[in-house]
Ligand binder design. Structure first.
Ligand code: GLN
Length: 272
């Protein structure tokens, strides 16, 4: 099969309600990097008008951040067959990237600073609690080392043996505590899940959950490639090797930010 015959459907959860801090950039990066390799790509908005079958038909899922009020509206809609479809997709290893408000909804619950507890889908074993309006939000640049074992291994390979660090920006009031779900990484700079235990995000099956906006993928394009490659391999059940792209500018952006934050790491090299 040549590339033009392969196609990816990117499911974008509630684009109008969940895309704070430029999280739509994650969708654009996946779309462009898929197209630049000559694959077909469709963006499927998974909003209130979407059906459970629409959710079942996607190959990659992207969920952005949201304000507490929007999270409540989303969870009123994401019930029954739609909730089951999303749960099945994640359990069956559909790759996805979920930022900030989205992982809070994939966990057991999110307790806002004001108002009622929002019951989540319980796919990720984690809970998130906003300690109240008088507590500082966790805001600022964020650097993590990916420690989730399988993902760390894959990314390291894609980076020519370098340790995978992710650069981003966090802005959240909620503090997340992980249960059995593995952390995505270890905080190198910033606060991460709760500012206490040095964990950041979560990794489950092929779902990447993170507090990192930025949005995440433009600054860490190798993660987008991991999502694309994983999705194509799962969908077409054949080995897929993505062609290299020129990521010089993105990598320079990362380096500039790391220098500014005075974080010294092994320089990341994109596949030769
Ligand atoms: N409302 C959540 C919080 O403040 C999520 C915010 C976000 O997605 N940026 O923790």
């Amino acid at each position: 099969m040549n590339n033009q015959e392969l196609e990816l459907n990117i499911g974008w959860l509630y684009p109008r309600l969940m895309s704070t801090y430029g999280d739509r950039g994650n969708v654009i990066v996946i779309e462009k990097r898929t197209q630049w390799r000559g694959y077909k790509v469709n963006i499927i908005p998974l909003d209130q008008s979407a059906t459970a079958d629409d959710i079942r038909g996607v190959d990659i899922i992207v969920g952005g951040g949201a304000q507490d009020r929007q999270q409540e509206i989303v969870m009123r809609d994401l019930q029954g067959a739609k909730a089951d479809a999303l749960r099945d997709k994640i359990e069956n290893s559909t790759p996805g990237v979920f930022t900030c408000g989205s992982p809070q909804l994939l966990g057991h619950y999110y307790e806002p600073g004001v108002g009622q507890r929002i019951q989540g889908l319980g796919i990720l074993d984690l809970v998130s609690i906003h300690p109240g309006e008088n507590t500082c939000r966790c805001i600022g640049n964020l650097v993590i080392e990916v420690t989730a074992s399988r993902l760390a291994q894959d990314l390291k390979e894609m980076l020519g043996g370098a340790t995978p660090y992710l650069v981003g920006f966090e802005n959240h009031g909620g503090r997340t505590k992980l249960g059995k779900t593995e952390a995505l990484g270890r905080v190198v700079y910033g606060l991460g899940n709760n500012g206490e235990d040095s964990t950041e995000g979560a990794f489950y099956q092929n779902a990447i959950a993170t507090y990192s906006h930025g949005p995440l993928l433009p600054k860490n394009p190798f993660v987008a490639d991991w999502l694309i490659q994983t999705a194509l391999r799962l969908k077409y059940d054949q080995p897929i090797s993505l062609t290299s792209l020129d990521d010089t500018l993105a990598m320079q952006g990362r380096e500039a930010m790391l220098q500014r934050l005075n974080v010294s790491i092994t320089p990341a090299v994109v596949r030769a």
